[in-house]
Design a protein around this ligand. Structure first.
Ligand code: HEM
Length: 106
């Protein structure tokens, strides 16, 4: 339901009409990327915690609705590198260490 990225910032270069309103030239606009996760046209029960929500959705639809690395011409060039680092980190963390529960119940 969330997104590591709080939002994408852009500056309007000209007046932009949106649904009866005008975003004046020079304003800063913030796209809150996680709001795309709450679109009930795309997701069933968008307010449910469901890590599998992406599993059966077309890759094109995912790319417009999950934007941890931004989107378009300013998309993060470090995305693939970051994914490789995260996969390596998780692999080492889960395969090279042993874990035990430290919670004490009663
Ligand atoms: C978890 C790690 C990272 C996240 C979540 C992340 C996220 C992002 C996002 C959302 C943007 C687009 C900002 C926008 O459109 O306004 C961006 C841009 C950028 N990122 Fe990352 N990034 C990550 C790691 C990295 C790494 C490791 C590098 C370099 C090695 C990198 C280099 C850049 C650069 C240079 C841009 C600017 C691209 C441009 O404006 O043309 N990022 N990043």
């Amino acid at each position: 339901m969330s997104n590591g990225l709080p939002g994408l910032l852009r500056k309007s270069l000209k007046d932009i009409p949106v649904k009866g309103f005008i975003i004046p030239a020079g304003w800063t606009v913030m796209l809150v990327t996680a709001t795309s996760h709450l679109n009930s046209d795309i997701f069933n029960d968008p307010f449910e915690f469901n890590p599998w929500r992406w599993k059966d959705i077309n890759a094109d639809v995912v790319s417009y609705n999950f934007m941890p690395f931004g989107r378009g011409v300013r998309q993060c060039p470090g995305a693939d590198y970051t994914k490789a680092v995260m996969a390596t980190f998780l692999h080492v963390l889960l395969t090279k260490y042993r874990y035990k529960c430290c919670f004490k119940f009663f």
